[in-house]
Design a protein around this ligand. Structure first.
Ligand code: SF4
Ligand code: SF4
Length: 107
């Protein structure tokens, strides 16, 4: 099993999660982070850090967001590792409560 970043992260990218990950398995895209399922050790530390509750265990991903499991696996291979927190995206407050943002995901 691994942990998975889901829809809520898109266009927010707060990055609070990356500081606590002991194995540096977060990877950064333009407006989303992805967890490498082959590196994640299921420590759960990142879950409580995310201000928009975007991170779930693979088996607990909310209904309708199952596609994010494969998406994290795919995108984490394409994007560079991020290990230090940075500022969220400038308009993160406008998007934090919006659901169904997959069409806005940039690669
Ligand atoms: S803390 Fe949450 S919103 Fe921020 S980058 Fe991590 S998963 Fe995305
Ligand atoms: S569960 Fe642990 S190892 Fe996996 S992404 Fe979160 S902090 Fe990293």
């Amino acid at each position: 099993m691994a942990y998975v970043v889901t829809d809520a992260c898109i266009k927010c990218k707060y990055t609070d999660c990356v500081d606590v990950c002991p194995v540096d398995c977060f990877h950064e895209g333009p407006n989303f982070l992805a967890i490498d399922p082959e590196e994640c050790i299921d420590c759960t530390l990142c879950v409580a850090e995310c201000p928009v509750n975007a991170i779930y265990a693979e088996d607990d991903v909310p209904p309708g967001q199952e596609g994010f499991v494969a998406l994290n696996a795919e995108l984490s291979k394409l994007w560079p590792t991020i290990t230090e927190k940075k500022d969220p995206l400038p308009d993160h407050e406008d998007w934090a409560a919006v659901e169904g943002k997959l069409q806005h995901l940039e690669r």
